[in-house]
Design a protein around this ligand. Sequence first.
Ligand code: DAH
Length: 346
Amino acid sequence: MDVEKYWQQFKEELSSVKNCKELENLRLKYLSKKGIIRELFRKLKDLSSLERKKVGASLNNLKGKIEKEIEAKSKTFAKEKAPSFFDPTLPKLTLKKGSLHPITYAIEEISQIFAKIGFTRTSYREVEWEYFSFETLNMPKGHPARDDVETFFLEYPEDKKLGRLLLSPHTSSGQVQEMIKRGKPPIRMINIAKCYRPNWDTTHTPMFHQFEGLCVDKNINITHLKGTIDYFVKSYFGKERKIRLRPYDFRFTEPSFEIDITCNVCSGKGEVNGKKCRVCKSGWLELGGAGMVHPFVLKSGGIDPQKYSGWAFGFGIERVFLMRENIKVEDIRIFYSGDLRFLSQF
Ligand code: DAH
């Protein structure tokens, strides 16, 4: 019996085994009850007792070697196997997508609307001097108009010229700074920033956002102001919306206006099915303040009011956002409460 021949045959077959399944088949072929090795052992009985001893020993040796080889080979396949935590048959994980804050989206959109007509986006300091928030805007110390703009003051030594430090209560603080920065008209600024006032109720948060438009050049008049606001309103709220200017009083603009836009619930009619519109009561919704830049303000920014004129407006972002989305929130503070049930809707 040529035991060596079987060993060579096994090694040859083993070398062409490519996966676990083929290895198992090879194992069965040699080592199972009906396998080659058993068959050879069975044939021992036909041999002489002397030979039987010799061949039996080499058969045992062959069996051991085959078992070892199969064991070793199976380990190389184990290494190749995919890690046990990866199960390709499981459904894919769906990760929840995050989103930006709705006010961040609004800021982005407003910036783009004004970028299209050549307005440069800026932001000025949140911690500001009294000088830029009031003095240069024609609101001298002790003037009652200052009381309309409630303000957080910081505990900090007062500067002779700049006054006290405060949290900027409006984006108008950037008007004169922009004039100084540019040095010379033309100026087309859209200043978007956080503003602070000490109010905390269902319609006010102590921190909120405004966007301030400022345009200074030769021969700028009210029609330019009206045209620009109309362009913004149609871009942001929709083509069907109209605006109107209502006389008002701000210290830093003359003349000054409040801007209203037509209500989208009653389309500016003031009534729905013969009943007063519940949202606006008059057909109009208030957007914010605007006007022609006061000569005093131009002078504060080093601009000659004889040569140049300008307009400005300042609107609240939370306000325009809610007006467009047509959502009535019971409490505006929900914007900054971190409540995902509200935030994830946008
Ligand atoms: N600063 C004003 C406020 O916070 C809004 C405003 C009114 C801005 C008239 C302007 C303006 O630029 O011309 O209430």
